[in-house]
Write a protein that binds this ligand. Structure first.
Ligand SMILES: [Zn+2]
Length: 237
């Protein structure tokens, strides 16, 4: 059972994983506020549970009461986000709200259709390598305009064409699946992006291989507000 116990302490799971050396460091400065970087060793599944719990609060309309001022001050000295969230830029899918998280909790990369290129991969690598973030969520959503454009085909203006092009493989992969073509492509696109992240050399692939980072796909439902975690296809080619 993961439960927040205060703005300075991130969660019981993190506390349980603090090493003896970190404890001795904090013991040397008992009056200092807890530094986010102290939570060095974290578990991706525990972090995922925090997000699942937050999404449940969002769905039920019971977001946590917030007092951001002390949290903001605490974060001046550093950040230790619990997850990287690679999400669509769609204004209806803001990860901080969807997962009911606070300042400093989630490291967010957003592009239309949650497509990733070198700039996005570099941002994700920074979070994984330098901030020690153990969990990456790729978040697609119902009714994604970028995916819809890719499914419908035709000419895309300007740089939008690059986004549509990046989603086209997912459209091809899912075109023979039964059901809604757009939603099937949304799910396939999440799988593709997650697969790209897992295979991204030299940093992300290394962390995934060593079990230091977990990549999870999700689909946000506009109607219900619920994030459905998609099956792990890490074993698939
Ligand atoms: Zn979208």
């Amino acid at each position: 059972m993961i439960k927040r116990i205060g703005s300075g302490m991130r969660c019981a799971a993190i506390l349980a994983t603090l090493s003896a050396s970190l404890l001795s460091i904090s013991a040397g400065a008992p009056s200092a506020p807890p530094h986010p970087g102290a939570a060095a060793v974290v578990d991706a599944n525990a972090m995922l549970q925090l997000l699942v719990d937050g999404n449940r609060r969002f769905v039920e309309g019971h977001l946590r009461a917030r007092d951001e001022l002390p949290r903001r001050r605490e974060l001046v000295n550093g950040q230790k986000p619990i997850a990287v969230i690679v999400s669509c830029s769609d204004s209806r899918v803001p990860p901080e709200l969807v997962f009911d998280q606070d300042l400093g909790d989630v490291f967010v990369i957003r592009t239309a259709g949650e497509v990733v290129g070198d700039l996005e991969l570099g941002s994700i690598e920074y979070a994984v390598e330098h901030l020690g973030t153990p969990l990456i969520i790729v978040l697609g959503h119902q009714g994604c305009g970028a995916v819809t454009a890719a499914v419908k085909g035709g000419h895309a203006e300007g740089h939008i064409a690059a986004i549509v092009k990046a989603i086209e493989p997912a459209v091809k992969e899912s075109k023979d699946e039964p059901g809604d073509a757009i939603d099937n492509a949304v799910r396939a696109n999440v799988r593709d992006v997650a697969r790209t992240l897992r295979a991204s050399d030299p940093i992300l692939s290394h962390f995934v291989h060593d079990g230091k980072v977990k990549v999870v796909g999700g689909r946000y439902d506009l109607d219900s507000g619920k994030v459905e975690l998609l099956p792990d296809d890490a074993a698939k080619p």
